[in-house]
Ligand binder design. Structure first.
Ligand SMILES: Cc1cc2nc3c(=O)[nH]c(=O)nc-3n(C[C@H](O)[C@H](O)[C@H](O)COP(=O)(O)O)c2cc1C
Length: 370
């Protein structure tokens, strides 16, 4: 397949993968697509190790990084935020919920250390994101994608001066136009079906609207893509390629623990919820008793970014240690309903391409004349 995005990024197939897992990045890039490592929640020391590992294993294939740089968020004080600084109403509400469900508290001797580690992984400021980007710039990254809008102008200029392409996620036509005007090289149009941060417009409606609004800027379709028929639909709607996140979570290479994968295999597409509970901005994730708790009468208010993510840390740690399936949750999109068993990144791409060709042939037969 030769599309504008293939030319722009020097890749063979227009399949781009978002993942927090270095193995996914390497496998997708080696299969001819392009992996983007999510930097959010990664301590600087770990990032250095991950990027070096990628460089050592990717065989010179192109890869990129994904950052979360919101345009508007509450500026935090310059002191480190500890467990004692969090809003207590929300903390106590969740603590009681888990106590009542019999989920053990964190071990007393190291609960503060575990919590502090969890909190320090919540990216706090734009400055910290930029510091992570500086580390990434010491490696041969070919592109940077911002998950939360337009990066600061100085970041755009700096990346462009090094020949690095910039992409930006959006779920709104108006934002896509602003991103194009700010000099973004490719737009990722994210339909509401997507896992992680997502808007409210469906992929079917959003993709062609954004394609038309930002032409000739290349658009990647995202949200609900797990196979070749969806790839064909995206290309038919004018996209230059696809950007997927959820589908890689079901692969052998993914970072997910086996218990979470089991929950994915069982979940239907109705099993996800778009909620403010995870980060303070709408995130689609697996519905669980922990997400439902925020919808109950008497539930405390959601907090702005990044406090909501911080409040999520303690219950998430407790639930994952206890492997309590009713409460376990993780960002994933509606495509989870089609994920039924473990696969590999290579197999996902092979299936996508095979199914894409079959879908195109089927459509071509519909218009064949004889
Ligand atoms: C587990 C998970 C974590 C995500 N974290 C981020 C993130 O840190 N930054 C980002 O730009 N997008 C993130 N996303 C969203 C993806 O970039 C992408 O928009 C989405 O996965 C596409 O829809 P799909 O899940 O249907 O493939 C995440 C998605 C998932 C499933």
């Amino acid at each position: 397949m030769k599309t504008k995005i293939c030319e722009l990024l020097g890749i063979e197939v227009p399949i781009l993968a978002f993942s927090h897992c270095r193995d996914v990045i390497v496998e997708v890039s080696k299969a001819g697509g392009m992996g983007f490592l999510g930097l959010a929640r990664m301590p600087a020391d770990q990032l250095k190790v991950e990027l070096q590992w990628i460089d050592d294993h990717i065989g010179g294939k192109p890869y990129g990084v994904d950052v979360l740089m919101p345009q508007n968020y509450q500026k935090l004080p310059d002191v480190k935020i500890g467990p004692e600084d969090l809003p207590q109403e929300q903390v106590q509400y969740l603590r009681k919920l888990l106590d009542n469900a019999g989920i053990p508290r964190l071990p007393e001797d190291d609960d503060q250390a575990m919590l502090r580690d969890g909190l320090s992984r919540v990216t706090q400021t734009r400055e910290e994101e930029i510091a992570l980007l500086e580390i990434a710039l010491k490696h041969p990254i070919k592109a940077v994608v911002n998950g939360l809008g337009i990066p600061p102008k100085e970041v755009i200029d700096r990346l462009h001066s090094r020949g690095i392409k910039i992409g930006s996620l959006t779920g709104k036509v108006e934002h896509a136009i602003k991103q194009k005007n700010a000099g973004i090289d490719f737009i990722v149009a994210v339909g509401t079906e997507a896992g992680g941060h997502t808007g409210s417009i469906t992929s079917m409606v959003l993709w062609p609207q954004i394609v038309d609004a930002v032409a000739p800027t290349p658009v990647l379709a995202a949200g609900g893509i797990g196979g070749g028929r969806q790839l064909a639909a995206a290309m038919a709607l004018g996209a230059d390629g696809i950007w997927c996140g959820s589908i890689w979570l079901g692969t052998r290479e993914s970072e997910l623990e086996p218990e979470m994968k089991e929950l994915f295999w069982k979940a239907s597409s109705e099993g996800t919820i778009r909620t403010l509970a995870r980060s303070g901005k709408p995130v689609r994730m697996l519905r669980s008793k922990l997400t439902e708790a925020w919808e109950q009468p008497g539930a405390p208010a959601y907090l702005p970014m990044p406090y909501q993510s911080m409040v999520w840390c303690e219950p998430d740690l407790r639930v994952r240690r206890a492997k309590h399936k009713d409460f376990m949750s993780y960002p994933v999109g509606q495509i989870v309903g089609s994920m039924n068993e473990e696969t590999t990144c290579r197999q996902v791409i092979y299936n996508m391409m095979t199914e894409f060709v079959e879908a195109m042939e089927r459509v071509n037969r519909l218009i064949a004349t004889d």
